[in-house]
Design a protein around this ligand. Structure first.
Ligand code: KG4
Ligand code: ZN
Length: 396
């Protein structure tokens, strides 16, 4: 096939180290994944029940070179064949981001290839667009372009955001942040609640596995209405605060804690925690055997409440902003009940809905390489002084 136009073979090496996964991937033209390597640090952080930033940086340092090598090998691509290197610039842990950025910068310099900075949140959105836009051509043919507005819910351990995404004339994407959490991220709530109930880390997959065994209507949780923040009013380009959608997950966490105290569940939680600590690589069946009816009902009710809150607000935003399609990405998008309930509501409303494959839902570098492709085509390269941006926002 004729490649031409200075884009070479369109091979982008993506590097992602924003949190607790050291990841590298080779993606051709933003759509064809040749390799997607992820070294998870779960085992390292497990004893602490959450990510320890210093340990994360140390592990990234240890893993970055082997992960990049493995990724190139799996793709059957040599360093010389790479056309550009893409790296996550933020948001994330400063030290963790710096490992990826320093490595990517050195490699780009040594190979004489361009470096592209990618926002991690844009990466999550592209984990879905990667599938939607799967096409062998150099630029997306017009009939395949996702015209109109796409509403993207990015829901992970660190983020709960709603974005309106639109393809600009330059071929790159522009985003408008129309919803956000005022406190915890949804994934954080899953993780904290799992910890509270003596389950493993990260908590989302355990709650996902246990919830179908309980009654989701057993414990009614309510979400309070969040008022618009006055300080956002009048900011240039800011959304009318009355239009913005707010999430809050700290209340349900407190309600769960209170429930365990009222029903005196502490002793059984401690017993479960101790029993699980004694099982190497516990499976869902092991954990299920350690949960009584009340605990399973509580877990099912928690998951139902969070999923329904996300669903209601996402579709309210889709309606408010006239979106034609909804995409959901980030670690929590792996949740099975979330997928079922979002899919049902989208069908009722005749909206298209898309999720990434499970492997692309959680942090990976294929999504970073995919998000970099339109920037590569548009010649948007990283500044020489590129550095970690732990609080980087997406869009306006
Ligand atoms: O996107 P991700 O890998 O990292 C961040 O950018 O935060 O998301 C990790 C988060 C964790 O909070 C984890 O508990 C949650 O995603 N998660 C899930 C599921 N799988 C992962 N939450 C609910 N259900 C799941 N199946
Ligand atoms: Zn993420």
């Amino acid at each position: 096939m004729e490649l031409g136009s200075g884009l070479g073979g369109g091979l982008i090496l993506g590097i992602e180290t924003s949190c607790d996964e050291t990841a590298a991937a080779v993606v051709r033209r933003g759509t064809e994944i040749l390799s997607n390597t992820v070294a998870s640090q779960i085992a390292v952080h497990l004893p602490y029940g959450g990510v320890v930033p210093e340990l994360a940086s140390r592990e990234h340092l240890r893993n970055i070179l082997p992960v990049v090598r493995e990724s190139l090998e799996a793709a059957g691509v040599g360093y010389g064949e790479i056309d550009a290197i893409a790296v996550t610039e933020g948001p994330g842990l400063a030290g963790a981001l710096l490992v990826g950025i320093s490595f990517a910068k050195s490699l780009a310099f040594a190979l004489g290839k361009p470096l592209i900075a990618v926002n991690h949140l844009e990466g999550h959105i592209h984990a879905v667009l990667l599938d939607v836009l799967r096409t062998p051509s150099e630029t997306v043919p017009r009939e395949l372009e996702p015209r109109g507005q796409t509403l993207a819910l990015v829901v992970s351990g660190g983020h709960t955001h709603l974005y309106l995404a639109e393809l600009a004339d330059t071929g790159t994407w522009k985003y408008r942040n129309v919803g956000r959490t005022v406190d915890d991220a949804a994934g954080e709530a899953f993780d904290k609640v799992a910890k509270l109930l003596g389950l493993g880390y990260p908590g989302g997959p355990w709650i996902d596995a246990l919830a179908p065994h309980g009654n989701p209507e057993a414990v009614p949780f309510t979400f309070s209405q969040i008022k618009a923040k006055a300080h956002r009013k009048g900011e240039p380009g800011a959304l009318d605060p009355a239009e913005e959608i707010y999430f809050s997950f700290s209340g349900i966490k407190t309600a769960m804690l209170r429930y365990t105290k009222v029903y005196e569940m502490e002793a059984s939680i401690d017993a479960r925690r101790a029993a699980l600590a004694g099982i190497e690589n516990p499976k869902a069946a092991d954990v299920l055997a350690l949960c009584d009816r009340r605990t399973l009902d509580l877990i099912a009710s928690f998951q139902r409440s969070v999923v329904d809150d996300l669903r209601r607000k996402t579709f309210r935003a889709a309606e408010r902003f006239g979106a034609e399609r909804v995409i959901v990405s980030g670690g929590v998008a792996a949740n099975r009940e979330l997928r079922v309930r979002f899919t049902a509501e989208a069908a009722e409303r005749h909206l298209t809905i898309a999720f990434p494959s499970i492997a692309l839902s959680t942090d990976n570098a294929a999504m970073i390489a995919a998000a970099a492709w339109p920037k590569f085509v548009a010649g948007q390269f990283a500044a020489e002084g590129l550095t970690a941006e732990p609080g980087l926002a997406l869009g306006r």
